[in-house]
Design a protein around this ligand. Structure first.
Ligand code: SF4
Ligand code: SF4
Length: 181
């Protein structure tokens, strides 16, 4: 495996863990009480079909045909979940946010894995279906997107810890917002 790909996997995994930690802190309470499960086995299968995601989670089969990777304690994939799993927030969850700012920030947070992996090789990283193509992806562009995603993650972490946005927040977060629209 190319050193660049190994490095990319490590950086992406670090980003995914960071996003997951913050999303979980914002949503865990509501999701634990929820009876309308939004996980779907066909989405879980995307994590098996994607060579990049497989390299991250290292699994070869679903936990079950019916529930995919969903278990009684949540998703069995520590990392390597399809980006859509982070991007999706149900209407109730968004409506429950105290104000528009928190709603927008939550959406930006969930979009970071998708942003970091976009435009990798004529397709997002997670949608590249042939393993050999992972050696030819746009490593420099992906590194830049990862850096921007980490900057955004740090800003969001600061906001959730202090309730205030740093001065450069608009510039950094706007990039994530407009690119994803
Ligand atoms: S995102 Fe919404 S539908 Fe999905 S588990 Fe959480 S509260 Fe339930
Ligand atoms: S979060 Fe996990 S269990 Fe839920 S759809 Fe995604 S991969 Fe499947």
């Amino acid at each position: 495996m190319k050193t660049e790909l190994k490095h990319l996997l490590e950086r992406y995994a670090e980003l995914e863990r960071g996003v997951q930690e913050l999303v979980s802190a914002q949503c865990r309470e509501a999701c634990e009480l929820c009876t309308a499960c939004c996980c779907r086995a066909d989405l879980c299968e995307e994590a098996l079909e994607s060579p990049f995601l497989r390299m991250l989670h290292g699994r070869n089969e679903l936990e079950s045909d019916r529930y995919g990777f969903l278990t009684e304690t949540g998703c069995a994939l520590e990392i390597g979940r399809p980006p859509v799993c982070y991007e999706f927030f149900c209407v109730e969850l968004l409506t429950d946010q105290p104000d528009d700012l928190r709603r927008d920030l939550l959406r930006i947070l969930g979009r970071l894995p998708a942003y970091a992996g976009q435009n990798a090789y004529g397709a997002p990283l997670a949608e590249i279906m042939h393993e050999e193509e992972l050696e030819q992806i746009r490593f420099q562009a992906l590194e830049k997107q990862l850096q921007e995603s980490f900057q955004a993650l740090e800003i969001l972490r600061t906001f959730y810890n202090t309730g205030a946005l740093p001065n450069d927040a608009d510039r950094v977060l706007h990039k994530i917002t407009i690119t994803g629209e």
